[in-house]
Design a protein around this ligand. Structure first.
Ligand code: GUN
Length: 282
């Protein structure tokens, strides 16, 4: 038997349509998102353009700020001051990575937690950890939506998270815990990783290593959420692969997200949902 392929593109389209509908309903406020890009990293430019386009498509206002790589940390902090004070701007996203001369942590902490649609501010991370209403990072939020659609009954299941980043691993572990899963967070120092993974009813792969998780690490019938987006070259051609060896995993898992077309499309849809939430709660 082969796994059900979880269609992230379709789920993202449904969420975008829902957000667009709610934007229409709440016509007295036009949600606005400011996307700040410093420098000209080609991948970041593509991500930022996609975000700005998606914002307009759901009827929100876009406030793009594309700054040169020479922008100083102080100039960036002053821009964030302006955006924090601008009532038309409900969400602020500073695209990462920032140039090396800028302290990213300092910049992210300068964003008002109420406008922190990435959910990276320590106030939002802390609220998530103690179970308070927070702006939650977009990729983990997207993973949970796909997971809930695939596995309606989460309480008590063994969830293993591979990766402990602040952006994905840690927040998704918090969300799984809130959903009453039994959560294990693993990382590069974990002993017997394959064995730990084999115990997972839900396996979240978020380590950024192409096809690192093999088919025989997966429990039969498990749900596999692959957060990885890795560009590799095969026979001179570049292609995108996840953190899971998909062709092997699909033979064992009960359900699995593909790369591309799984978690990826959910991230922007959740950014729109977070922007709407920020607009309606300020
Ligand atoms: N760079 C890569 N992914 C992200 C993201 O989700 N948010 C921001 N701000 N930058 C990123």
């Amino acid at each position: 038997m082969t796994a059900t392929i979880i269609d992230g593109k379709a789920a993202a389209a449904r969420l975008r349509a829902k957000v667009a509908e709610e934007v229409k309903q709440h016509h007295y406020v036009k949600p606005g998102l400011a996307v700040v890009l410093v420098g000209a990293d080609p991948a970041s430019e593509v991500y930022v353009r996609n975000k700005e386009k998606a914002v307009l498509e759901v009827g929100m206002a876009s406030f793009p700020h594309h700054l040169p790589a020479s922008t100083t940390e102080n100039e960036l902090l002053r821009l964030i001051d302006t955006l924090n004070a601008d009532a038309r701007v409900h969400g602020i996203l500073v695209q990462l990575p920032l140039p090396a001369h800028i302290n990213a942590e300092k910049v992210l902490e300068h964003i008002s937690p109420r406008k922190d649609v990435d959910g990276f501010h320590p106030v939002n991370a802390g609220k998530l950890a103690v179970g308070q209403n927070a702006l939650v990072p977009c990729t983990p939020l997207g993973c949970m939506i796909l997971l809930r659609e695939t596995v309606p009954d989460l309480p008590g299941l063994n969830a293993v998270v591979v990766g402990r980043s602040n952006i994905v691993g840690k927040p998704i572990a918090q969300l799984l815990l809130q959903a009453d899963c039994t959560v294990t967070i693993t990382h590069s120092k974990t002993k017997n990783l394959a064995e730990v993974c084999r115990n997972a009813d839900i396996l979240i792969a978020a380590i950024g290593k192409p096809e690192f998780i093999k088919g025989d690490w997966i429990k039969k019938g498990a749900t596999v959420i692959d957060v990885g987006i890795n560009r590799i070259t095969v026979d001179g051609k570049t292609k995108l692969v996840g953190d899971v060896a998909f062709q092997e995993a699909v033979q064992v898992a009960g359900a699995i997200t593909p790369v591309p077309g799984g978690v990826g499309p959910m991230t922007i849809a959740c950014l729109l949902a977070n922007t709407l939430k920020a607009a309606l709660t300020t």
